[in-house]
Design a protein around this ligand. Structure first.
Ligand code: ADP
Length: 629
């Protein structure tokens, strides 16, 4: 791969000499011929002409000899020129091949986007296509102090081994790589052993020539491409140019790969961050939904006039879901009358924009059409500029609260009413006692019975209140229900007999044991049997005990007036008395009984008896036997 000498120029220059000689030979020949003609025509020519003729012939002969010699030399120069041209042509072809190979390498590596693969493929292709002993790429570390051997390939296994050893050179230190990376200039050592900069590597003993070119990006050195050959004088300046171009392309590919790797890594990081954030958001969302769904109050979030979220309680309360509340005022429009609706919406709109808060009790209507009372609160959700962007509306069902309040006031009304009658009776009797001292016994007896009644009412009221406040505790023990029923029936037998009723008791053979407060159970059964006798004019009262699965069932059946269908829901409410009864009573007994039974974990209910009358049932959890307590 050495440079060629210009033989062609020499040949062109020599051609002029040969041509001049040729013209000389021709001129002398023509002169000789002319003299010969002259001589023949004159016959007697003077000796001078003869002498000139002789001189011309001699010169002609000499010039002809010189001409032939120079012509030969010219031929040889032409030949050399042709040879030289052929050699140059050959070299040019080889160079073209190299350029082609370099382009091929550049094309191959530009398709790769993994840095290690790119570097490895580059040195492999260089070694394969150019047939070098060793090719390597050094890259500078982050600080730029060292050039580390990243990849190497060659005809010797040592090339790869050097990479594994973590071979690295100091920038500006000894050796060709140190020089190239420090100066950003190529270095050519065509006689490596006698080169002052070449630093012999024991792993590459056959190196005779070495060339290194810098890898630079915008003037900044990022590494070096190093090739080594086993042939002395292997590299020409053309090779340097070629490899520098290749190195420039390689540097761009390395930079691009690094950038694309960085971008890919950034993408991966970003994706990870997005995934983590998404999962965090999803978790937060789930948590928020769980919290919102756990809230008992109905909740709807409205944005830009559309419902964006409703919680489970909202749907349970109103029957509407997110699809139904596309027009958020649908609920209101359906719930209250049109005039009030307009006023409410205007008020909501004003408060929403000014105070950002609105709250009021409203009578609303569920999807089913059923009405209910709710406390509606609207809170404006604002953006960072403080502008309202959405409305969070909560609906608290206050129907029960209202019913309770109503119930309480009714309770007080009833209680006062119930007490007013005996108090009036009492006052009358006291007045009569004063006027009729001789009827002392009669009046005192009535006073006793009236105060006893008042006592019962007050006791029951107290009991109900204590039940409601959870103050009553049971003194439970295993008891045989047969005993309880027998005791109550025995006590009631006299009253039944007085009214001419048949009072009977039906008991199972096996004792039915329950864990219960004996006195409270007697109170319940006494109330049921007492009512049955009270509200039955003729016929029978049957007290029954049966075992049903894991329950003990007490039934009190009568053939009395029965309970009207419209009273079914209220019969266990305090002070409730059905319209079809005229017998005295104050409507507290069943309520007390219900509290007692439920405190035992049982259930009290009633149904109509056939052909007439009522059957009250008390179901209690059953124990196998007293011993299992
Ligand atoms: P009271 O009997 O003192 O009125 P209760 O609470 O025991 O109070 O009963 C409430 C109401 O239930 C009674 O007023 C009556 O209308 C109805 N009731 C209870 N037991 C019977 C029954 N066996 N037959 C018909 N109606 C009954």
């Amino acid at each position: 791969m050495t440079d060629a000498a210009p033989y062609a120029a020499q040949a062109i220059h020599h051609k002029r000499i040969v041509a001049t000689l040729g013209y000389g030979v021709i001129a002398l020949f023509l002169l000789s011929v002319a003299i010969s003609v002259f001589y023949l025509l004159e016959h007697s020519s003077p000796p001078l002409v003869f002498a000139i003729y002789g001189l011309c012939v001699s010169l002609y002969i000499v010039l002809t000899i010189v001409f032939v010699r120079e012509t030969r030399k010219q031929m040889s120069l032409w030949q050399q020129s042709i040879d030289e041209n052929e050699r140059l042509l050959e070299e040019s072809r080889a160079h073209n091949d190299q350029i082609y190979v370099a382009a091929e390498i550049a094309r191959d590596i530009s398709a790769l986007n993994d840095l290690d693969e790119l570097l490895q493929r580059s040195v492999q292709l260089i070694v394969e296509r150019f047939g070098f002993y060793h090719a390597a790429i050094f890259l500078l570390d982050e600080g730029g102090d060292y050039a580390t051997l990243r990849v190497a390939a060659g005809t010797t296994p040592s090339s790869a081994a050097l990479v594994a050893q973590g071979h690295r050179m100091q920038v500006g230190g000894v050796g060709i790589i140190g020089y190239v990376t420090a100066t950003a200039r190529y270095y050519l050592a065509n006689d490596a052993h006698n080169d002052p900069t070449h630093h012999a590597n024991p792993s590459l003993p056959e190196t005779q020539a070495e060339m290194a070119v810098p890898l630079t990006i915008r003037g900044r050195v990022i590494g070096a491409l190093d090739v080594q050959s086993q042939r002395l004088g292997q590299f020409s300046t053309t090779d340097v140019r070629l490899f520098q171009s290749l190195a420039d392309l390689l540097a761009i590919a390395i930079e691009n790969t690094r950038l694309s790797q960085a971008v890919r890594q950034q993408n991966v990081d970003l994706e990870e961050q997005v995934a983590a954030r998404t999962s965090e958001l999803a978790k937060a969302n789930r948590e928020l939904n769980t919290i919102l769904d756990a809230i008992h109050e109905g909740l709807i979030y409205i944005e830009e006039g559309r419902g964006r979220y409703v919680n489970a309680a909202f749907t349970a309360l109103t029957g509407y879901d997110l699809n139904d509340v596309d027009v958020p005022d649908k609920l209101l429009a359906h719930a209250i009358d049109l005039e009030e609706n307009h006023a409410v919406l205007a008020d909501v709109s004003r408060s929403y924009h000014h105070e950002g808060f609105w709250s009021r009790e409203l009578r609303l209507r569920r999807k089913t059409g059923e009405e209910f009372d709710a406390e509606v609160t609207i809170v404006a959700v604002r953006d960072e500029k403080g502008q309202p962007v959405g409305a969070l509306t909560t609906f608290r069902d206050i129907s029960q609260q209202k019913a309770l309040e109503e119930h309480k006031s009714r309770f007080v009304d009833y209680a006062s009413h119930e007490l007013r009658t005996p108090i009036a009776n009492l006052k009358t009797r006291l007045f009569l006692l004063d006027r009729q001292p001789h009827k002392f016994r009669e009046h005192i007896q009535v006073i006793h019975s009236v105060t006893a009644r008042m006592q019962r009412i007050v006791d029951d009221l107290l009991t109900i209140s204590r039940f409601q406040r959870g103050l009553i505790t049971l003194d439970t023990v295993p008891i045989a229900l047969q005993d309880v029923l027998e005791e109550v029936v025995n006590l009631a037998a006299h009253d039944a007999e007085q009214k001419g009723l048949r009072l009977s008791l039906e008991l199972p053979a096996e004792p039915l044991i329950v864990t219960a407060d004996r006195d409270r159970m007697i109170q319940v059964v006494t109330n049921l049997v007492g009512n049955a006798i009270k509200y039955t004019k003729e016929g029978h009262v049957i007290v029954r005990l049966v075992r049903q699965d894991d329950q003990a069932l007490i039934e009190v059946e009568d053939s009395g007036v029965g309970i009207p269908a419209d009273a079914a829901d209220s019969i266990f409410q305090p002070f409730y008395r059905a319209d079809n009864v005229a017998e005295p009573g104050h409507g507290l007994g069943l309520n007390v009984s219900k509290h007692i039974v439920e405190l035992h974990g049982g259930r009290i209910s009633f149904r109509n008896a056939q052909p007439q009358g009522t059957i009250f049932s008390v179901a209690l959890p059953h124990r196998e036997s007293a011993a299992t307590s």
